[in-house]
Design a protein. Structure first.
Ligand SMILES: [Zn+2]
Length: 223
């Protein structure tokens, strides 16, 4: 008999002992985001730009706090919850996409962060969201593709640039595609935590389409 130890589970158990999970909105225990608080979160206009969709308003205090804690307070598990909500709220779009791929899996790509950010944060928050997003479907529906897009340069955060044209310029040449062959003819969903004017998502979607992807969508938790 092979004894397997899941260190992640042990880590989460110990973290839970010292830092019990509390709702981001109301501090209720053992909830990441309770149903009551979810109901209170302001919704975003879903279709942002062409094939880019977002769910919640980034002006909302609860969602702002959730994303802040996910990114800067090591609360990776918030990503899982946000990913599940992203799936739930965009279920109609997902159904349409599923019909369109006729049995082939949909690639789900998290917006990559730079190596420098990876070293300081220790994880990509978009990947945490993607894992939650994909958890409700089997691998024959969603395939997580974390290694296809690479962020070459650490550019200025998009949120710091107010001009839309400059935002698009700011992402030019920042992302590269590692395996062009693998995306040919595929339907892909690119996921980000927040999208402003869709600059980052648009940039990634463009290079995927250029490499021959059949259809590319951008999904963001907040806008
Ligand atoms: Zn709550």
């Amino acid at each position: 008999m092979k004894l397997s130890i899941d260190f992640n589970q042990i880590k989460n158990f110990l973290l839970g002992l010292f830092f019990p999970i509390k709702c981001v909105g109301c501090q209720a225990e053992n909830e990441i985001l309770c149903a009551n608080c979810i109901k209170k979160i302001g919704l975003s206009e879903q279709k942002i730009d062409g094939d880019i969709f977002a769910v919640f308003s980034y002006q909302d205090e609860i969602i702002k706090k959730a994303i802040w804690e996910l990114k800067y307070h090591q609360k990776r598990y918030i990503g899982d919850k946000l990913g599940k909500l992203l799936y739930e709220y965009l279920i109609e779009e997902i159904s349409d996409i599923k019909m369109d791929v006729s049995g082939r899996s949909i690639y789900v790509i998290p917006t990559p962060i730079s190596n420098k950010k990876m070293r300081t944060r220790g994880y990509n928050q978009s990947l945490a969201i993607v894992k939650g997003f994909c958890s409700t479907e089997g691998k024959e529906v969603f395939e997580i593709k974390n290694k296809i897009i690479n962020k070459k340069v650490d550019n200025i955060p998009q949120a710091k640039i107010t001009n839309k044209k400059r935002r698009l310029e700011n992402v030019r040449g920042v992302f590269e595609i590692k395996n062009k062959e693998s995306v040919k003819g595929r339907t892909i969903i690119v996921v980000d935590d927040v999208t402003t004017t869709g600059g980052t998502l648009t940039g990634i979607m463009k290079i995927l389409k250029k490499a021959g992807a059949k259809k590319v969508y951008g999904f963001a938790v907040a806008h």
